[in-house]
Design a protein around this ligand. Structure first.
Ligand code: PHE
Length: 507
C-alpha cells in the first residue's frame, strides 16, 4: 500500500475545504435567497442554521475521517458495519452531482470565452439574455439530441482541468487551491467596487442588509436557509470525509471547521454585495432570482451590458464575472471527484490515481447527456432530486447512525484533540447531531414532499412524468441501493481472496 497522502500544512487543508465549500452556490443562490427572504432576515437565520447544524456536522465528518484515515464508505463502516450503505449513498449521490456540476462548469467556461460578444450589445437586454441559449442551443425541455461543438469542447476542457487538479490527490489539490480560493475573492472585490460606485447601489445594499421582520413568519425562510447551509458546506457528499482523512494529527479540527464555515459565509455575503449593488446600479433589482442558472446566464448578462456606455469595458466586466465563476466552481468540482475516488479506493484498496481516472472517464461520459440540447432540462430534474431529496435523507441517516449508535464523546474528543482556547462543548455537539439536525432535516424533507405531492400533484416542473421517474426517482433509488449492490460485489471478491480492511477507532 502507498502511504496515505496528507496536506502539506494546516493552511492548505483549510484552503482546500473552503475551496470546496465556496462554489457556484455562494455566487448565484445565496443572493437570490436573501432577496426572497427579506435580506438581513435571511442572513440571521442562515447564521443560526450554520451554528446549530452546519458547523457541528462539518466538524464531525472531518474528525471521524481523520481518526479512521478513510473516505466516506470505510469511515461509515468504521462507525458500524451496517452503516456502510450510508457511505455508499453519499458517494453515489456525489457521483450523480459531479456528472452535471461539471457541465455547469463547462457552461461557465463557454460564457467566459464568449464574453467579448457583450462588447457589441451595449444596452441590448434581449441580445444579452439570449446569448446563453444561442450558444448552448438548449430547448429547456427533455427533447433534443444535438451537442454544439463548442460546448463539447468546453466540457472536455472542464474535465481536463478537473483531472489535472486532483491527479495526485491531496498533494496536487494543495497547490491548486492556493490560487483558486483567492482568485475569486479578488475578482469579487473588483466587481464590488464597480457595483458600489454606481448610483442606485445603496438601494440594493439596503435590501441585502436591513432585516425585514415580516419575513420571519414565512416557514420557507427556514427551509431555504437550512438547505443552503447544508449544500454550501459540502457535507454529506463524501467530500469532507475524504479531505478530513488527509488532515494531520496535530490539526485543530474544531477551530478549522469554524474558520471554514465563516469564510464560506463571508464569501456568500460578498457575492451578495456584488449582486445587489450591481442590480441596484442597473435598475434590475426586481430580476434577482434564486434560480442559479437563470441568475448567471440570463439575468446577469443583462446587467453586464448596462454597466457602462462603453462596449469593450462591459465585455471586460463580463469576462471578470465568468472568470470568477470558473475559479469558484473548479475547486468544488474536483472536490466531489476526490470524495468519490477516495471512498472507492479505500474500500477496494485500489490505487487512488487509477480510481480517479476511472471516475473522471465514466462521469465524463455521462455528463454528455447534459450538454445536449435537452441538457438543461435533465440537469434541472437531476439537480432537484439529488439536492432536495437524496442529500437530505443521507443527512438524516448519517446523523442518526453516528449520533445514536456511536459514542459522540469519542468523536468530540477527536474534534477537540488539539484545541486550546475554543473547545466545542458536548451539549451543543450532541444536541445538534442527535436531535436538532435530524429533526430539522426530516422537517425539510417532509416540507419538500408536501410541495412536490401536495402543491404540485407529484410533478416537478413541466417535464413529462417518464423523465421525472427516470432521472429523478430511479436515480434516487439507485443511490440508496448502491451500498447493497456493492455488498454483493464485495462478497464475490471475498471468495476470490479479497480481505476487507479493519476499520477501528483506536483510543
Ligand atoms: N458547496 C458548493 C457550492 O456552494 C457546492 C458543491 C456541490 C460543492 C457539490 C461540491 C460538490 O456551490
Amino acid at each position: 500500500m502507498e502511504k496515505r497522502g496528507q496536506w502539506s500544512s494546516r493552511f492548505t487543508f483549510i484552503l482546500a475545504a473552503i475551496g470546496s465549500a465556496v462554489g457556484l452556490g455562494n455566487a448565484w443562490r445565496f443572493p437570490g435567497l436573501a432577496a426572497k427572504h427579506g435580506g438581513g432576515t435571511f442572513l440571521l437565520v442562515y447564521l443560526a442554521a450554520m451554528i446549530i447544524m452546519g458547523i457541528p456536522l462539518l466538524m464531525m465528518e472531518i474528525a471521524i475521517a481523520r481518526k479512521f484515515r478513510k473516505g466516506a464508505i470505510e469511515s461509515m463502516r468504521g462507525i458500524g458495519k451496517r452503516w456502510e450503505p450510508i457511505g455508499w449513498a453519499a458517494t453515489s449521490n456525489a457521483f450523480v452531482i459531479v456528472c452535471y456540476y461539471s457541465v455547469v462548469f463547462a457552461w461557465v467556461i463557454l460564457m467566459f470565452i464568449n464574453s467579448w460578444q457583450f462588447a457589441g450589445m451595449t444596452g441590448d437586454n434581449e441580445a444579452a439574455s439570449g446569448l446563453f441559449f444561442e450558444l448552448t442551443q438548449t430547448t429547456g425541455t427533455v427533447e433534443g439530441y444535438g451537442i454544439p461543438g463548442i460546448v463539447l469542447l468546453c466540457l472536455i476542457v472542464a474535465w481536463g482541468l478537473i483531472f489535472f487538479c486532483i491527479r495526485n490527490g491531496a498533494q496536487s489539490v494543495g497547490k491548486v487551491v492556493k490560487f483558486t480560493v483567492f482568485a475569486p475573492v479578488v475578482l469579487l472585490l473588483i466587481m464590488a467596487v464597480k457595483g458600489c460606485t454606481m448610483p442606485g447601489a445603496m438601494d440594493g445594499l439596503s435590501i441585502l442588509f436591513v432585516p425585514d421582520a415580516s419575513a420571519f413568519s414565512d416557514p420557507s425562510l427556514w427551509v431555504d436557509a437550512i438547505g443552503q447551509v447544508f449544500y454550501s458546506l459540502s457535507i454529506m457528499m463524501a467530500i469532507m470525509f475524504a479531505y478530513g482523512s488527509y488532515v494531520g494529527d496535530d490539526a485543530n479540527v474544531a477551530g478549522d471547521a469554524v474558520i471554514i464555515a465563516f469564510s464560506d459565509m463571508a464569501i456568500s455575503v460578498l457575492s451578495g454585495v456584488v449582486m445587489f449593488s450591481t442590480m441596484g446600479g442597473t435598475g434590475m433589482l426586481d430580476s434577482i432570482t434564486d434560480s442559479g442558472v437563470a441568475t448567471a446566464f440570463i439575468v446577469y448578462p443583462q446587467a453586464i451590458v448596462n454597466l457602462t456606455e462603453i462596449g469593450w469595458l462591459n465585455a471586460v466586466f463580463g469576462a471578470i464575472f465568468y472568470l470568477m465563476l470558473i475559479t469558484l466552481a473548479i475547486d468544488s468540482a474536483f472536490s466531489i471527484v476526490e470524495g468519490i475516488s477516495a471512498a472507492i479506493s479505500d474500500k477496494f484498496q485500489l490505487k487512488p490515481k487509477t480510481v480517479t481516472i476511472a471516475v473522471c472517464a465514466i462521469s465524463g461520459l455521462i455528463s454528455l447527456l447534459f450538454v445536449t440540447q435537452a441538457g438543461l432540462g435533465w440537469l434541472d430534474i437531476v439537480d432537484n432530486w439529488t439536492n432536495q431529496i437524496n442529500l437530505i435523507v443521507i443527512g438524516v441517516l448519517e446523523c442518526v447512525a453516528i449520533g445514536w449508535t456511536f459514542s459522540l464523546r469519542k468523536v468530540l474528543a477527536e474534534i477537540n484533540r488539539n484545541t486550546k482556547k475554543f473547545k466545542a462543548p458536548y451539549w451543543w455537539f450532541a444536541a445538534s447531531v442527535k436531535v436538532i439536525s435530524p429533526m430539522l432535516l426530516s422537517a425539510l424533507f417532509i416540507w419538500n414532499m408536501i410541495v412536490l405531492f401536495g402543491k404540485n400533484g407529484g410533478s416537478y416542473g413541466d417535464y413529462p412524468i417518464w423523465a421525472q421517474i427516470a432521472a429523478g426517482w430511479v436515480v434516487s433509488g439507485l443511490v440508496f441501493i448502491s451500498g447493497f449492490i456493492a455488498k454483493l460485489i464485495v462478497n464475490k471478491k471475498k471468495k476470490d481472496g479479497f480481505v476487507e480492511d479493519e476499520v477501528v477507532w483506536k483510543d
